[in-house]
Each structure stands twice: as structure tokens, then as C-alpha cells.
Design a protein around this ligand. Sequence first.
Ligand SMILES: Cc1cc2nc3c(=O)[nH]c(=O)nc-3n(C[C@H](O)[C@H](O)[C@H](O)COP(=O)(O)O)c2cc1C
Length: 135
Amino acid sequence: MSDEAPLEQLLYISTVSPSQSVNLSHILAAARRNNQANDITGMLLFNGKRFLQVLEGPADAVAATYNRISQDPRHRGQVVLSRKSVSQREFGEWSMAYRDGHTAPGDALYETICAKVAEAHPNLRVEVLAFARNI
Ligand SMILES: Cc1cc2nc3c(=O)[nH]c(=O)nc-3n(C[C@H](O)[C@H](O)[C@H](O)COP(=O)(O)O)c2cc1C
């Protein structure tokens, strides 16, 4: 993986489309295949209702990937919670790590995400807290 291009990290939240039956293994298979080809790494959480995803990689690849994902009819209501340049990857070993999204305060990953959101957009922390409570 190239560490020379400027890296961008994007964090968004979305809601599963009610009309769609979501097959997570299909989403993850496409994500891992494409992300590996596009030098994207990251993480996906799903709690049965909402997705929270981190994408990181070269800025143009992150933009193209997010653009494709945001048009996917399997989810809707995407809100970008944080988008920033980073000096190194946080999920460098994962083309797309997956975690069941039933996180809670005290959970290390949940706390990491809260901290990330608090830094960038304090007003949007409520979105992440709602996610954790499965609202
Ligand atoms: C919640 C969610 C997360 C996704 N994450 C990724 C991803 O990280 N990378 C990716 O290429 N596609 C991702 N997808 C799938 C894309 O929307 C799209 O279906 C796929 O990139 C098309 O690839 P294909 O033409 O190779 O089938 C995601 C879809 C959803 C609903």
C-alpha cells in the first residue's frame, strides 16, 4: 500500500432501507474485493438498523468509494460525521473489518468512535449515541 499519497479518513452513518433485505456477506464481499483493489481500508458496524462505516485511503479513492456507496439503495439517510486528512491508517490491516454494531459505552471501539466524532463534529455525537442504543 502506498503511504505517499495524502490519506483521508471518512466516517459516516446510515440507515438500512426498510424495503431491502440486507445480506451482509454480499456487502462485505464486494467491499473487500473493491477496497483491496482501490487501496481502501476501514471498518463497518451494523446493528440491524444502522450502519457506521470508516473508509480510509488516498483521498480520491475514498471519494469515489463513498460516492458509490452513498448511491446504494440498500441504505439511506447517509450522514458524514467526520472527514479529515490523517497521517496514517487506523484500520490498515483490514480491507473492511466487520463488527456487530451492538456497542455500548465502555466498549473500546465505541469509545474510539465517540472520540473521533467529538473531535470533528461535536454536535453530531448524538447520532453515534443513538446508533449505540439501537434507535
Ligand atoms: C453499508 C454499505 C457499505 C458498503 N461498503 C463498501 C465498501 O467499503 N467498498 C465498496 O467497494 N463497496 C461497498 N459497498 C457496496 C457498494 O455500494 C456497491 O454495491 C459496490 O461497491 C459495487 O461493486 P461491484 O460493482 O464490484 O459489485 C457498501 C454497501 C453498503 C450498503
